[in-house]
Design a protein around this ligand. Structure first.
Ligand code: ATP
Ligand code: MG
Length: 476
């Protein structure tokens, strides 16, 4: 078992030594390999190859960001990012399987099969955020109000690179030279205490890039961290800045929040930090107005299912996810937060178009998701019609599966009739003959589960439904 005590003793000793050193550039606390738990056996072989090649070519190579943080916390990293003093052109020359990306070619992608290792050259902090592309592709020249270039130094040193990062736990550098961790900002200690703390003045850092507020919610949820009081305090006042963020970037961030495997916790943090009111105002209003309503319960069940699917490595689609999130707002727009749906499908269409239209102004859900989502929602009214061949044709609809999964969620949340959901479950399991009998409202044949008459099925105690599947995949 790794000892944090040892880790901190070594840090304190080094801090004491540093305190005596003459003033100069900021000195990192360096945790030697023996004093931290990050092991090469948990680093992707591709990332290790890149690190070693950089080192062997005479450059510095550090694993950075979320990977170091996650390894320190004994969490499997999602990806492995690398920082180096090699310039992108140098990186390209060093690796055959390398492509430079970004508006001004600041990042190198080194490809190993399906895995891409991102290699970034150390950068100085004074960058402007490119709002369409996020911080990974930034304009490196600071420009004054006349458009004059104030600085044009693209690259920096590791000491400079640290300060442009967001949270202390995200600003740790694992050095391939001796497997030590360099910590300029107290990130190791914050990670140990499970504290999320912005580097520098929090309000300034949020103003530079308001998406950092969403990142705070995401990391708090994913890592089970608390926000440092100073990091949490300015969010209430600055949340409005999300209103002006490009909708495409907010789509990316919302997906990261909801597909992290911690969607439920992320939503709780978004509400707690009052960010949801800026990201999804109609949803925030519906959840607040009727937190116990069927619509609110559906969100909770749907996100739980989504988290389960992510943990089981199953695919998750934004189509289903956004239908889940928007549902309470749609029910509210209909004036019935607990259902039932109106008999007239046109009313559901009007309500969902209104809610979806307003939401798309903030979060740019691409058409390939928003159009099927609208279909999925409209299919809910068709489930009510069980008689005739139209019901059978619904089974063939390309959106049937997702719409049926959504119906199960609605039934579980208490808004749709569980018996209706059961009927559609039975219909799918029935033989062709029995299907016909079911939609013609005749008693079905004598065989098996799905062959009991509709009347006897209704008398029976409802069978336990299968677990709703959250954001189940739909064909594109
Ligand atoms: P994840 O586990 O979700 O990948 P991560 O910490 O690796 O988390 P990324 O979005 O992959 O997050 O970014 C990698 C690193 O780049 C971060 O750890 C952080 O140091 C820096 N970074 C990313 N986005 C920002 C931002 N908006 N502002 C400042 N630094 C950022
Ligand atoms: Mg990452």
């Amino acid at each position: 078992m790794f000892s944090f005590t040892k880790l901190f003793r070594s840090r304190d000793a080094k801090a004491a030594a540093a305190a005596e050193a003459p003033a100069g550039p900021p000195q990192p606390t360096i945790y030697a390999r023996a004093d931290h738990p990050v092991s090469r056996s948990n680093i992707s072989p591709a990332a290790l190859k890149v690190l070693y090649r950089l080192k062997d070519s005479g450059y510095q190579g550090f694993l950075v960001g979320g990977a170091v943080r996650d390894l320190l916390l004994n969490v499997q990293p999602k990806d492995f990012d690398i920082a180096t003093d090699a310039h992108p052109e140098d990186v390209r020359r060093t690796f055959r399987n390398c492509r430079l990306i970004g508006r001004r070619f600041h990042l190198a992608h080194v490809r190993f099969g399906h895995e891409i290792i991102e290699v970034a050259t150390f950068r100085a902090a004074h960058t402007e955020i490119d709002e369409d592309h996020g911080v990974d592709e930034v304009e490196h020249r600071a420009i004054d109000e006349h458009g004059r270039i104030l600085r044009d130094n693209l690259y920096g040193t590791i000491e400079e690179d640290v300060w442009r990062r967001d949270f202390t736990a995200n600003a740790l550098y694992y050095n391939i030279e001796d497997y030590s961790i360099w910590d300029y900002v107290g990130g190791v200690e914050d990670a140990r205490n499970r504290i999320l703390r912005l580097i520098g003045d929090p309000a300034t850092r949020y103003r530079e890039d308001p998406v950092r507020m969403l990142r705070a919610a995401r990391f708090a949820a994913k890592l089970n961290f608390t926000l440092h009081p100073g990091t949490e305090a300015p969010i209430g006042e600055l949340a409005y800045m999300l209103d002006r963020m490009p909708a495409a970037r907010l789509f990316d961030e919302t997906l990261k929040l909801m597909l992290s495997g911690h969607a439920e916790a992320s939503l709780e943090w978004l509400i707690r930090l009052e960010l949801l009111a800026h990201l999804m105002p109609d949803v925030a209003a519906a959840l607040e107005a009727a937190p116990e309503s069927a619509g609110s319960r559906l969100v909770q069940l749907g996100l739980e299912g989504t988290d389960d699917r992510v943990h089981d490595d199953k695919s998750v689609t934004p189509t289903f996810l956004f239908a889940v999130l928007l549902w309470p707002a749609i029910l509210r727009a209909l004036g019935t937060p607990d259902g039932p749906l109106p008999d007239d499908p046109q009313r559901l269409l009007d309500a969902s178009d209104k809610v979806i239209g307003r939401q798309l102004q903030r979060i740019a859900l691409p058409k390939r998701f928003s159009l099927p989502m609208r279909e999925l929602i409209m299919l809910q009214t068709r489930f009510e019609r069980r008689s005739g061949r139209r019901a059978l044709r619904l089974l063939e609809h390309p959106r049937f599966r997702a719409a049926y999964d959504f119906l199960l969620l609605r039934a579980e949340s208490g808004e749709a009739d569980p018996e209706l959901a059961q009927w559609w479950t039975d219909l799918q399991q029935a033989s062709d003959d029995d299907r016909l009998a079911m939609v013609e409202n005749r008693p079905v044949s004598e065989r098996g589960e799905a062959t009991r008459s509709a009347a006897s099925r209704r008398r029976r105690r409802p069978r336990r439904r299968r677990k709703p599947s959250g954001a189940a995949p739909t064909p594109p």
